[in-house]
Structure formats: C-alpha cells, structure tokens
Design a protein around this ligand. Structure first.
Ligand code: NAP
Ligand code: F7E
Length: 325
C-alpha cells in the first residue's frame, strides 16, 4: 500500500529534499503551503507536478485539523517554522507562535484525528546554545541563546510530552546545521557561497559578515532528510541527534569557499560588519551522532569540503546562467 506523507514547510530547503526522497520511495506526498501573493515553489519546481498541495498555516488550528483529517497521512514531517535566528530577536512573539505553539497545533490535529499517525518534529542544535557539554548528545541539557532556540526547546518537549501522554509515535530530530545550494541566502553558508560567486564573476568586490569565529557542525541537507525518514521507520519512537561530529569556524568555510572559486586569500574581500553580530551568540556546536549511527544506521555521505565546493559551484553556475540569459 502506498504510504502518504504530509510535509509542513515543503517550500523550504529541507522540505524540498525530503519530498524528493519520499517520492523516490513511492510515497504520496502532500505539502502544506500558506497563501502567498508570489510563487514560493522555486525549490520544488522540478517536482511540483508530483506533489499534492493543501493550503494551511501553523498559526491556524482549524486549517491544521481539517488538513490532517482530509489527507489522512501515515506520517507527518513538521518542518515549517520561522527558522532564521536573527529574526527571532526582531519578532520574538511571532517566532514563538510559529516555531513553538505551531508544533502543538499540529500535534493536537493528530491527537484529535488519528493518534496512530507518525509525527516528526524538526528540532535543532540551537537548543544546546551555550553548551554545557562537548560534544552534544541526546542527554545534553538545553541552554538556548535566542528566542528561536527557546521556541525549539518548547517544540521538542511538547513532542516528547504528547508521546508520553497519549502514546503517540512522535519523535524529535535534533539536527545540527545542514546546508545546500537551496539554503536561504540569509544563512551564513549560502551568503558566503553567493558572495564568493558574485566576486568571482565581477558582480561584487566585498563580502560583509559578522562573527567569523563561531563554530558549527555543518552537514549536507540531502543527507539529513534521510535521518528524518529513518526515525519514522523505527519500531519505537525516540529522539536522535543528527550531526557529522566535526566542527569548523565560519572563517574556515570562508577560506575554503574563496579557494574553491580560485580567488586565493579571502582577507582582501571580507569585512566584518557589526550589523551581523548577535545579541547572544552560540559559540560552539559539535554533535555526537553515535545513537543515529548505531540505531538508525545513518551516516552522512557529503564531507564539509565537498559541501562548500558544491555550494560555491552551484552559485557560480546559477549566476553565470543568469548573466548569459
Ligand atoms: P526554511 O528553508 O526556512 O523553511 C521553512 C519553511 O517553513 C518554509 O516552507 C516556510 O514557508 C514554512 N513556514 C514558515 N512559517 C510558516 C507558517 N506559519 N505556516 C506554514 N508554513 C510556514 O527552513 P529549513 O532549513 O528547511 O528547516 C526546516 C526545519 O528544520 C525548520 O523547522 C528549522 O527550524 C529546522 N531546522 C533546520 C536546520 C538547518 O540547519 N537547516 C537545523 C535544525 C532544525 P514559506 O516558503 O511560505 O516561507
Ligand atoms: O549562522 C555566524 C552567526 O544564520 C551560523 C538555522 O538553520 O542552524 C541555523 O542557525 C553562524 C552564527 O545559522 C554571519 O553568528 C557570521 O554563529 O547560518 P546561520 P544558525 O544561527 O546556526 C540551526 C541549527 C537552526 O536550527 C536554524 O534554523 O554564523 N555568522 N556572519 C553569520 N550568520 C549569518 N546569518 N550572517 C552573517 O553575516
């Protein structure tokens, strides 16, 4: 029997890779999108005819409940969120509505409709924030450093709570940063790959960044959506850290990106701009993915260096094609 998956946040980076993966596995894929006046299907344009779309919003309980009742999914992947950390200081209440309470709305829709539906919550390494242990694993205490991180801690615990209160198959994937050529351009990796491509093609001559010393455990989004799917195929619901187990500074990403484009040393192009500093920073993240390796059989395929090169190459190709068009 063909399984049905409902994805919230299907127009985002992870939604696009997850939809590809599930379609390749023969799923009926239903994507929830919110009403917009412009087209937001850029990342899923190539598979748009294979997906069914339903209109809803994490802010709206009525739409969530009727979507779950109409679609009758076997699995729900709750990827929708306000996911950009700096915006969470500018819009802390809205971030809480989407990223925290939005999770409860989806869980309530499941509980009221069919508690047998398997539910995945997109939790984040930002929950570890000012880390209390290195590397971070499933048992590491949370110490979030932004309204986004605080909202994700709520989303994590409400998922655990519904699992324990209602015996639901609800799991939380604690994913460390994962990137790709489809990453939003405001996130640092894509900002760098796009900026490097612009400098390479003579469209810009400098790149303004914030804290170059922050350390992140960066992986490839295409690898990470596999872990989401594996979590929902287990016999017992559980939470997992998904990470590479390696960390790099922002300046390492910058250096490799400039080298990949054949631009040499980055120092003459990169300027530090206080506008991109944060009120409270997460200085160091490095995950321990042992549990995901051992219990899910999950391992990432793409290395850090391959990821940087892939992103730089994709942005150079994209901007060159646009210039030639
Ligand atoms: P993304 O590219 O920012 O995508 C976010 C998605 O959420 C978009 O499809 C967006 O729709 C949708 N959305 C936002 N608010 C909504 C609302 N009120 N109702 C319905 N949909 C809404 O994020 P991503 O990188 O794919 O990440 C996916 C999830 O994983 C997010 O929950 C994020 O917080 C979490 N996460 C990401 C990472 C990472 O490194 N990428 C790591 C850990 C956790 P529009 O297109 O309409 O804006
Ligand atoms: O920042 C530093 C910045 O915005 C990474 C989201 O997907 O991953 C993401 O959150 C680091 C930070 O991602 C700039 O200070 C320096 O230390 O790419 P980012 P993030 O905040 O780690 C987690 C796991 C999520 O869950 C989130 O949804 O880079 N940095 N200069 C900069 N960051 C940005 N954005 N722009 C700069 O110019």
């Amino acid at each position: 029997m063909k399984k049905t998956a409902l994805i919230t946040g299907i127009t985002g980076q992870d939604g696009s890779y997850l939809a590809e993966l599930l379609l390749a596995q023969g799923y009926r894929v239903v994507g929830m999108t919110r009403r917009t006046s412009t087209d937001v299907h850029e990342r899923i344009q190539h598979i748009v005819d294979d997906i069914e779309f339903v209109s809803g919003d994490l802010l709206d309980q009525t739409s969530m409940t009727s979507i779950v009742a109409d679609v009758m999914p076997d699995e729900i992947y709750n990827l929708a969120a306000q996911s950009f950390v700096p915006t969470s200081w500018q819009q802390p209440v809205l971030t809480g509505e989407f990223t925290a309470l939005g999770v409860t709305r989806v869980l309530e829709a499941v509980r009221a409709t069919n508690p047998k539906i398997r539910f995945y919550q997109a939790s984040s390494s930002e929950m570890f924030g000012k880390v209390t242990e290195v590397p971070q694993r499933e048992s590491t205490p949370f110490y979030p450093r932004s309204p986004y991180g605080v909202a994700k801690v709520y989303g994590h615990w409400i998922t655990v709570n519904y699992r324990e209160s209602y015996d639901m198959f609800a799991v939380s994937g604690i994913l460390f940063n994962h990137e790709s050529p489809r990453r939003g351009k405001e996130f640092v990796t894509r900002k760098i790959s796009d900026g490097v491509a612009r400098i390479k093609l003579g469209l810009a001559n400098r790149l303004a960044l914030g804290n170059l010393d922050a350390q992140r455990d960066w992986g490839f989004a295409g690898d990470y959506v596999r872990a989401m799917w594996l979590m929902l195929q287990q016999d017992v619901p559980d939470d997992y850290v998904v990470a590479t187990g390696r960390t790099h500074r922002v300046r390492d990403f910058v250096r490799i990106a400039f080298e990949a484009a054949g631009l040499g040393s980055f120092e003459k192009y990169v300027v530090q701009d206080p506008r991109f500093m944060r009120p409270a920073e997460v200085d160091l993240l490095i995950g321990d993915p042992t549990k995901a390796h051992e219990q899910l059989g999950w391992k990432p395929d793409v290395s850090f260096e391959q990821l940087v090169e892939m992103m730089v190459r994709a942005d150079i190709d994209r901007l060159s094609a646009r210039a030639g068009a």
